[in-house]
Design a protein around this ligand. Sequence first.
Ligand code: ADP
Length: 415
Amino acid sequence: MTSKPAGPETAIRNYPKLLARYQQLLDLTSDLAATFDLDTLLQRIVVAARELTESEASSLLLYDHPSHSLYFEAATGALMGGVGQRTIPADNSIAGWVFTHGEPIVSDDVLNDPRFYREMDVLTRFETHSILGVPLRTKDKILGVIEAVNKHDGFFSDEDVQILETLAAQAAIALENSRLFTQSDLIAEIVHELRTPLAALTAAAHLLQRADLPFEQHQKLSETILTEVRRLNDVSTDFLELSRLESGRVHFQREPVHLGGLVQESLEVVRAQAQTKSISLETQIDASVAPVYGDRKLLKQLLLNLLTNAIKYNTQGGKVVVALTSEDGEVLMKVRDTGRGISPENQTRLFEKFYRVSDGDDEVQGTGLGLAIAKRVAESHGGRISVDSALGKGSSFSVHLPSGPMTEVTTRPRF
Ligand code: ADP
């Protein structure tokens, strides 16, 4: 560390200022503890880091284990525009040094610091002169790094280091809390979803105990039990899949996937289901479409979710078309159906967890998780999913996926 220690006179002169900074930090601490919304929390942390250290910009980087790099989770104005989804190698950067050593760093002249990762300035067109970096440490691990960039006046001081370390300690706790809060939110949601089938099962089991129950009722009740058990099974499987995707614990394959083959394979899986409603399955595949680099199993799951919906919410004798084309250097996969369609209000909420459109017709079974999973898979491949639909006419789900070996696949947890 090369920060400049302040002499005793400077220290006394700076005392009121220092006190004001600690007061600001104290106010912020209670604010952070009460904020569970992740984006608000991150923004407060980086703004405070910049203000408390009197620097030009600041950023918060989190560590991504699979790629052994740090990515920008938040940044203040001057840096925000440029850093986007960029990552910094953990082995060859100042942030990486802070992360791997678990110690703060002051680099007053980054251009002469061999650890400085110059490419970032080239990419962001931001000129970095000096950096103060501190680890973002919880009780048992280091989550990432907070950096203050370009001290306004002079050099980063020992006080700057201390104050940023104090902020980082509070920030790490707040980030952990926010993550735990999100998890407990999820648990509440899943418990809520399990209650309905469990209530139906309990009622059916009670009725079956009655000695005077007519035989036809027996039949009906056992059907209810089977349906509800199936529903419980589906909810648990989908929920597990989604929480694995969200937690970042999924181990991603990254291989060239030819979606044309995947479409054919997936259509075979749903063919029997389509036949029960006399639905025809068609394809429009452009054979020259480039492969997508990603996880074949997850991409198949995405497609199957769209296909089963296109059949489930279709009319008797309807049609499902899967089209595969290239568009602006990306692969575009569309699943179109001639089903009931979705109103504009419902289209905005379809991809939320557990959201199901209620139309008073609960014949169609579902968990409300299929589209949330599809969205997560598309996004983790650097792609996106959207819907275009008209009530009573049908729906079309579009998945845009980048092609080529540069596709970044990540299920990085959003802390
Ligand atoms: P579910 O398990 O309920 O099908 P999804 O997340 O896959 O859950 O879909 C959410 C809701 O979106 C469904 O309940 C359904 O109301 C609506 N939906 C999805 N796909 C279609 C479609 N192709 N046509 C009409 N409605 C659809």
